[in-house]
Design a protein around this ligand. Structure first.
Ligand code: SF4
Length: 495
């Protein structure tokens, strides 16, 4: 095998779309190229052994925020054992600030940005000469119709067992400074007919779980409607073998035509991930996020009341200008709109993002190690940030898990943020942990907390039992929906 394309996915179920794009666009080199995917957490030496067993001349690695540390070790070991193998890096984590990265020093070449055309050209040069002089190659962005779509490269096994990632467009026209997509000039759509043909082929091959990675699915309403129509027809033709689709929406843009399409979907067929990030207008202005808060709230309310879509809304703590009180107000407002899940994320400083301009003025201290999480700002000190991190973790375990649907409503009461923060602080004193808490123990702790807050023991037990008995309200995600949920903040911000 001449070329091996590899990456470390966060989970086995995440099939790499990036590697499949590279393979699809390799032209005559495609026949001598294969993909070898790993999952983070494996032993580096084992990975090196498996790579070398394929006898590659070139190995291309996809490098992301979730795998950069392990990939750096892998590249270093690979180059020690087999220095004759040429290592080419690509992906968002090595597309910016390349000079200071150890992994870049260890590698032979780096392709920054889009690799669809530049990676094949670089490989041809490495194989046939003359050898490329430069280490860093800026990815060329071709017209979208020149990029070969990769969907026939999903294997039968991928379709049966993994999430199928697809994209109808790349890029984003918005400029939120914490997000890598803010560096894009606009959004570029793929030719829609060709894209839908590929979706049809995936569907005919058995794909039923489609995750769109488009940054803003609802930018062009006509395109969004055609894509929704595609899925609606599948659902109507085959209601007993339903298809499920996940999209990212901008919250303040939901024209009636789109609402009409969304309202036709039955339960369990649609999931929307909606970024709010902050409801604080001053914070929004600081990070250049244009958002009409009133419209966004109206649209979330409408989706909650008039559609069956599962709503997953993102908030980010630790943005410049945000203190705990203003974050708490945004959180409470969001809870009142009734989303099914709130992703409580902690800000990460992604390489290349313009948010770095606030580091000095707002005393933003970030962890120097991936995923570069914010540790403190001028408004939130380190101990308080730690409390917010624990809040996020317990929120996932108790609220987002859907296991305590009835109980959570009582636990939150009329001051959701303050009440859950008190619960979170108490949980930490009781467990000294935020991981590896068995479900039974978690339920016992939740019950104890309710009792400490004055709920009669019998009522608390009954409330917990109502969740345990499976009578969780309709907001709880189905197992299929859970399977579709990626590490959203990181994917959303990094991909
Ligand atoms: S956060 Fe969302 S809307 Fe803002 S730039 Fe990134 S992808 Fe675009």
């Amino acid at each position: 095998m001449t070329i091996l394309l590899s990456t470390l996915n966060a989970r086995y179920t995440h099939a790499s779309l990036g590697l499949r794009y590279l393979l699809a666009n390799l032209g005559e080199l495609q026949a001598e190229t294969s993909i070898l995917e790993f999952v983070i957490g494996a032993k580096t030496a084992d990975l090196v052994e498996r790579i070398l067993a394929r006898k590659p001349r070139i190995v291309g690695f996809g490098v992301y925020i979730w795998n950069v540390e392990e990939t750096a070790k892998l590249v270093a070991m690979l180059k020690r054992v087999a220095p004759e193998v040429t290592v080419v890096l690509g992906g968002p984590e090595v597309s910016h600030e390349t000079a200071e990265q150890q992994i870049v020093k260890e590698a032979d070449y780096v392709v920054t940005g889009w690799g669809d055309k530049t990676f094949p050209k670089l490989c041809a040069q490495i194989l046939n000469g003359p050898q490329p002089l430069m280490k860093i190659h800026a990815g060329e962005q071709p017209p979208m119709e020149q990029i070969r779509l990769p969907y026939d490269l999903y294997s039968a096994d991928d379709i049966a067992h993994r999430t199928i990632y697809v994209e109808a467009s790349r890029g984003c026209p918005f400029k939120c400074e914490f997000c890598l997509s803010s560096l894009d000039k606009t959004a570029w759509p793929f030719p829609l007919d060709a894209f839908l043909e590929q979706m049809e082929s995936l569907y005919q091959r058995g794909a039923r779980l489609f995750k769109f990675v488009d940054r803003t699915f609802n930018l062009n309403v006509k395109t969004s409607q055609r894509i929704l129509q595609f899925f609606l027809e599948k659902l109507q033709a085959n209601p007993h073998d339903p298809v499920y689709a996940h999209f990212e929406l901008v919250p303040d843009h939901l024209p009636d035509a789109l609402k009409d399409s969304i309202a036709q979907f039955p339960a369990g067929a649609l999931q929307f991930e909606i970024g709010i990030q902050s409801f604080n207008p001053e914070v929004q202005a600081l990070v250049s996020r244009r958002q009409n808060n009133e419209k966004a709230a109206d649209n979330i309310r409408w989706l909650h009341q008039h559609s069956h879509a599962h709503l997953h809304i993102d908030l980010i703590a630790g943005l410049p200008g945000e203190d705990v009180d203003s974050f708490a107000r945004g959180f409470d407002h969001l809870v009142s709109l009734g989303p099914h899940e709130i992703q409580f994320g902690i800000l990460k400083r992604l390489r290349g993002t313009p948010i770095i301009r606030h580091t000095g003025p707002y005393k933003m201290a970030y962890d120097p190690n991936p995923p570069y999480t914010i540790l403190a700002t001028d408004r939130i000190d380190f101990p308080t940030m730690q409390r917010l991190v624990r809040f996020a973790r317990y929120w996932d375990l108790v609220a987002n898990s859907g296991r305590f649907g009835n109980t959570v409503k009582r636990l939150l009461g009329d001051q959701p943020f303050a009440n859950f923060m008190a619960f979170s602080d108490w949980m930490y004193t009781k467990t000294d942990a935020t991981h590896r808490i068995a479900l039974d123990r978690l339920a016992t702790l939740v019950r104890q907390w309710l009792e400490e807050r004055g709920m009669p023991a019998s009522e608390a037990a009954e409330l917990l039992a109502s969740d345990y008995a499976g009578r969780i309200d309709s907001h709880a995600a189905t197992p299929k929906q859970k399977a579709a949920a990626p590490e959203r903040q990181v994917r959303h911000l990094a991909a």
